[in-house]
Design a protein around this ligand. Structure first.
Ligand SMILES: C[S@@+](CC[C@H](N)C(=O)[O-])C[C@H]1O[C@@H](n2cnc3c(N)ncnc32)[C@H](O)[C@@H]1O
Length: 280
């Protein structure tokens, strides 16, 4: 049986970002934070008292952890282009009681409106949604927001080749087709992490690199697959890349995958870059 029509949300908020924002994407982003936050927090090398700027903070769950880690003497400034994401982030902040976390509605391209400098600038799964030319242009702007000795931490999709499922699953292959289509519609590179690695090396940046790829073992974790398609649905329908029937069918197939404890898919491999700004 197909899901009821109401499972397809109505609209996307911005043209440049294809996924839904606000309440519609909350559950997906919550699962995403559960899957990636431990590795991000470890990789960021946070110390008490640090000042941190985050770009495209979404619903602010990582930022709450960062605010706790830097303690009362530290400060987190979290930015996002979407007022809907920020409204939820603010609610999450209030529940967590972290006064040292503030939010600003800002497109990453307008970063110069922030005059301060930070010990860490962090950006996760934001640049991946942009064309490569935009990423290249943003790098010096992001670096310019660092204090001497600070670091820019980028965590972006490695590539699509690393997506796989054990055992083979038609439903997972269908999900992969939608992910490829997302990157095509966005006009973004299918291997942003790999491309960033080559570019940073070529340009002589001083950086540490590692990857992290979660396995989706629990039913709740696997739900991120169908929630992703649901979040992309309005954009795909608007741009005539898929019909609501195709979307509902894919979500239904993924629900069967979720229920089967013997199917273990992997989720997006993230390329993690710790790019140092030299002292002095
Ligand atoms: C996939 S979500 C990731 C959220 C968060 N970084 C995380 O890992 O949980 C991408 C976020 O980037 C934001 N975003 C998209 N384009 C942006 C832009 N040009 N400037 C700032 N934020 C942007 C979206 O609104 C969304 O909240």
């Amino acid at each position: 049986m197909l899901c009821p029509k109401s499972t397809i949300p109505k609209k996307i908020e911005t043209d440049s970002y294809l996924l839904c924002t606000g309440e519609t994407d909350l559950e997906r982003l919550t699962i995403l934070n559960d899957l990636y936050n431990p590795s991000s927090l470890d990789f960021l090398k946070i110390e008490s008292g640090m000042k941190i700027l985050t770009i495209g903070c979404g619903v602010g769950l990582l930022e709450i952890e960062l605010a706790k880690k830097v303690g009362a003497k530290g400060e987190i400034t979290a930015t996002d282009i979407s007022s809907l994401q920020l409204a939820i982030a603010l609610e999450n902040k209030e529940k967590a009681s972290v006064p040292n976390l503030t939010f600003k509605e800002l497109d990453v391209a307008q970063l110069n409106l922030i005059s301060e400098q930070f010990d860490r600038v962090h950006c996760r799964f934001v640049l991946s949604h942009m064309p490569w030319e935009s990423i290249k242009k943003l790098l010096p702007l992001l670096m310019s927001k660092l204090t001497s000795g600070g670091a820019l931490v980028l965590e972006e999709v490695s590539n699509m080749d690393s997506l796989g499922c054990e055992p083979f699953s038609e439903a997972y292959e269908l999900w992969k087709t939608f992910v490829h289509m997302q990157f095509d519609v966005q006009g973004s590179d299918h291997s942003p992490g790999r491309r960033l690695y080559e570019y940073l090396q070529e340009q002589g940046y001083d950086f540490v690199y590692q990857t992290h790829q979660p396995k989706l073992k629990q039913k709740r974790e696997k739900k991120i697959l169908s929630l992703g398609i649901r979040s992309l649905a309005p954009g795909f329908i608007e741009k005539k890349r898929a019909s609501s029937e195709q979307i509902l069918d894919a979500m239904e197939q993924l629900k069967i995958l979720e229920e089967d404890p013997n199917i273990i898919p992997v989720y997006t491999e993230v390329s993690q870059f710790f790019i140092k700004r030299s002292k002095g």
